[in-house]
Design a protein around this ligand. Structure first.
Ligand code: GLU
Length: 418
């Protein structure tokens, strides 16, 4: 993440943009722009050599008007209090956009897991779980995976929580391995909603996704699954990147083969079916029909936005465009389909996982995928109706109008507890 733009300020600007289309008093809007509380903690953890290292960690509970706080935990050296606050706010509006009964939260540990052994990462994770224990619970706050965390970390957090609480409560966390109560389809869910949003977007704009050329920035779980499923729609994946660089072939390549290469070598660079290596910025400004930013926030700033040649952007990452980039792309008539819809598949299938955990009754993958498709297509329909009704300048602003109305309605119905 480039820190030239504070993501928390970006979130607040996005809310202000949508507020212009809603008639709420200032006090109501202020509540929508700040977290209810943020836990900041310092984890002292023993390293393999016997030394003690201290890791800064956060959990922001942004808003619980629509249900328990919900959102992932990321491990990244650039994790900060403001980043976690922004990400927790985006979770509130994401859950409201797709109408699942959650508020929003987010956590993070300032740590690059690649620099530590598995045992060290486990001890850091269990130490954070111990700190989180009084704040989380299946009706209180439900963490999940995010950047650099996955089933392994979720299983450790669940085990630590259940051990300390002397209970079984798999719904305290989602994104677990199936053997630990995870849902079928959860790993692919974020990429799947990116594909579904892409399919609906092309259809709405009267374009043929089967003819589209596609560039994907970031080839982790969200980016690589989205690429694979969009490849299956008949589109042509021409460029993909990761933190080591980008690869390009104007004739396109198989998204699955690019992922296998990354799995084998640790990076997409050197992929044999590519004809050229590019920088990340060159990938973002390629002449393609669809661009999918699938890495971290602030990937596209105002300057890069001036050079973007794609007609459509579908955001797989959280917050990949700065507000200035958003303005530039809106002026240039690039259709941007926002993160709070496009990547909402992850939290939506987390919701299905939580439902299954509570019922102790597990679904087949097909049922998960069908229910996810229903949620995303309904949200897309609501988005375009609101876009047309309000005449909002962007799909992002229209999606925030939908989401903010839902949060405010829930708060108003609850009334004020003095
Ligand atoms: N980290 C994911 C997100 O940003 C998933 C959150 C969840 O499943 O709770 O949406």
């Amino acid at each position: 993440m480039s820190n030239e733009v504070n993501p928390f300020e970006s979130l607040q600007e996005q809310i202000d943009d949508a507020a212009a289309y809603l008639e709420y008093p200032t006090d109501v809007l202020e509540r929508l722009k700040h977290p209810e509380r943020v836990l900041e903690t310092n984890l002292s953890v023993e390293m393999d050599d016997g030394s003690i290292e201290v890791f800064k960690a956060f959990r922001s509970q942004f808003n619980g008007d629509r249900g328990p706080y919900k959102g992932g935990i990321r491990y990244h050296p650039q994790v900060s209090r403001d980043e976690v606050k922004a990400l927790s706010g985006w979770m509130v509006y994401k859950c409201a956009a797709v109408n699942i009964p959650y508020g929003g939260g987010k956590g993070g540990i300032k740590l690059d897991p690649r620099e530590y052994s598995d045992g060290e990462v486990e001890r850091v994770t269990r130490s954070f779980a111990k700190e989180l224990r009084p704040f989380i619970g299946e009706d209180r706050d439900i963490p999940a995976p995010d950047v650099n965390t996955g089933q392994r970390e979720m299983n450790w957090i669940k085990d630590t929580y259940e051990t300390l609480e002397n209970t079984t409560e798999p719904g305290v966390i989602t994104g677990k391995a199936p053997e630990s109560g995870g849902s079928a389809g959860r790993v692919e869910a974020t990429g799947r909603s990116v594909m579904l949003t892409t399919r609906e977007a092309f259809d709405y704009l009267g374009k043929d996704v089967g003819e589209a050329t596609v560039a994907v920035q970031g080839y982790g779980n969200a980016g690589s699954v989205a690429a694979k499923l969009i490849d299956d729609l008949g589109a042509n994946i021409v460029a993909v990147s990761d933190s080591s660089g980008a690869v390009y072939n104007p004739d396109g390549f198989d998204a699955r083969a690019a992922k296998s290469h990354k799995n084998e070598t640790g990076s997409v660079t050197g992929f044999e079916d590519a004809t050229e290596e590019l920088t990340n910025e060159e990938l973002l400004t390629l002449d393609v029909d669809l661009l999918i930013p699938a890495a971290l926030e602030n990937a596209i700033n105002g300057d890069i936005a001036q050079e973007v040649q794609a007609d459509i952007i579908v955001e797989a990452a959280n917050g990949p465009l700065t507000p200035r980039a958003d303005d530039v792309l809106t002026d240039r008539d690039v259709a941007v389909f926002p993160d709070i819809l496009a990547n909402a598949g992850g939290v939506t299938v987390s919701y299905f996982e939580w439902v299954q955990n509570r019922q102790r009754f597990y679904w087949e993958e097909q049922r998960v995928n069908d229910e996810l498709e229903r949620v995303i297509t309904n949200a897309f329909d609501n988005l375009v109706k609101t876009y047309e009704r309000t005449d909002a300048p962007s799909f992002r602003t229209a999606m925030y109008v939908v989401a903010i109305e839902r949060v405010v309605n829930a708060a108003e119905e609850a009334g004020i507890w003095p």
